[in-house]
Design a protein around this ligand. Structure first.
Ligand code: GUN
Length: 295
């Protein structure tokens, strides 16, 4: 079998960002509104710092106001809640994102539940989760990584998702569960597999579409992939790479790419697959939130 088509998430994300930039420029011209995205980072987790910097830069590049709040790791929970409340009430802020994970002394769910659902550009508030699962996507804000994964699937498969067997590996609130809801809405037959799933290789072998979101480097092997299946690898795992030099790391996915590429019909690389789409969809959500808040 010939090697899989490589799904170029970087290129798709660039085209999504271009579209958003021009729509944001239109909004500014027509209504004098510039979408505002507030990102809250508590602590100094290095991976979170990289993500937040990328979000900040991309928002600026799209013509948004980007407001970054960096708080000390020891900030009391009450101060974080007070900041969220201030941002909820600030009319220049259309989207609020609190970077996860939060330090242990802060109740994550309490913070996320305080964000106004119409400003919840991560789509993590129970109101948005509810709207997504009841099929009211037009009123919801949908989590960025699964939304971006669906865009890649649609660009790859066109209008053929209906009836396909989709296996989502991973059941997180950030990716696995919302991904399953989105695929169900596209009329896929959806299986959510996880660490307790029995005979995982055989479950994956039945999939026309595999979405891997477990956070375990190269856990999904090539011979688990049905010939011709579409593989979306959400994993971003940093592993030591002594071949690149002492102390160097490289990013790899949850799928053993070199093996899977020989079985799949199409596959996302890591990096350059789902990653760039996540930030592009955050911009899309912020623009959507700004337009909806106009009334
Ligand atoms: N940490 C890892 N992924 C995410 C995400 O999608 N949103 C937020 N807020 N934090 C994260």
């Amino acid at each position: 079998m010939t090697d899989a088509r490589i799904i170029d998430g970087k290129a798709v994300a660039a085209s999504v960002r271009d579209e958003i930039s021009s729509r944001a420029a239109g909004l500014l011209d027509a209504q004098g509104i510039r979408p505002g995205l507030a990102v809250v980072l508590v602590g100094e987790d290095p991976a979170s710092q990289v993500y937040v910097r990328n979000k900040d830069r991309t928002a600026e590049a799209c013509g948004f106001n980007s407001i970054k709040h960096t708080l000390d790791a020891a900030t009391p929970e009450a101060d974080v809640l007070a900041l969220v409340e201030t941002l909820n009430n600030d009319p220049a802020v259309h989207g609020i994102l609190v970077q996860l994970p939060l330090p242990k002394h802060i109740d994550e769910s309490k913070v996320l539940r305080l964000i106004k659902p119409e400003k919840d550009v991560d789509g993590f508030h129970p109101v948005n989760v509810g709207l997504l699962t009841t099929g009211e996507r037009d009123h919801a804000l949908v989590p960025c990584t699964p939304a971006g994964s669906l865009v890649l699937l649609k660009r790859t498969l066109g209008d053929t998702l209906s009836g396909q067997n989709a296996v989502v590996v991973g059941r997180s609130n950030i990716v696995g569960k919302p991904m399953a809801s989105l695929l169900l809405q596209e009329s896929c037959t959806v299986t959510v597999a996880h660490s307790r799933t029995r005979d995982l290789p055989d479950v994956v072998r039945a999939a026309d579409i595999v979405v891997a979101a477990v956070g375990r480097p190269e856990m999904i092997r090539g011979d688990w992939i049905k010939p011709g299946a579409t593989v979306i690898d959400v994993g971003i795992n940093r592993v030591p790479a002594p071949d690149l030099g002492e102390g160097k790391n490289r990013l790899i996915g949850d799928v053993a790419f070199d093996e899977a590429v020989q079985h799949a019909g199409a596959i996302t690389p890591v990096p350059g697959g789902v990653g760039p789409m996540t930030i592009a969809m955050l911009m899309a959500n912020t623009l959507t939130a700004a337009r909806r808040q106009l009334g």
